[in-house]
Design a protein around this ligand. Sequence first.
Ligand code: SF4
Length: 199
Amino acid sequence: MMHYPVMEHFYTIQGEGVHAGRAAYFVRLAGCDVGCVWCDVKESWPTEGFPTHTATEICDWVYQTPAEIVVITGGEPAMYDCTEIVDALHQKGYKVHVETSAAYPLRGGYDWVCISPKKFKQPVIEEMQRANELKVIVFNDSDFKWAEQWAETCNDTCALLLQSEWEKRDVMMPKMIQFVKDNPRWRICIQTHKIINVP
Ligand code: SF4
């Protein structure tokens, strides 16, 4: 039986991506070795100091709420074989989403896969076909070309999203608007949870 390090867990509103605005239970696993310089959850990088929990315990937390969706995030959840969590949640009828850089092969039968590739430790290329959602963080001008390169590795139905790094949003948003107008397969993703002030 796996014991997963959990940094935090909470029932909230999904702020980002295709499912933005929907209620979701978030489980943030601790541990990440990707090392994004602009990471806004650097406290999730170590695994030490966080309690570990079984899939059954995680399932019990969700069961206390009316949630229908569970988002496994991190940290980097691809560092773990999440099959036990996903299977336990499926048995209770939940849809399980993952937010990952796909720096490691994904283990678990997720219902929705959001891959946000990172330059600091690039995705396992074979995992890109599993993406339902490609979310590229725009930090500087070269990220538009980089985003298009990753889009070529995704399946035809994958939603393509550009999200400004939060501190760069004033500079990058006008460029993102123009890019999406020129390339309408893409859409702009906004971190609405930071606007409506939910975790
Ligand atoms: S992959 Fe995510 S958690 Fe890890 S460093 Fe990058 S932004 Fe932070």
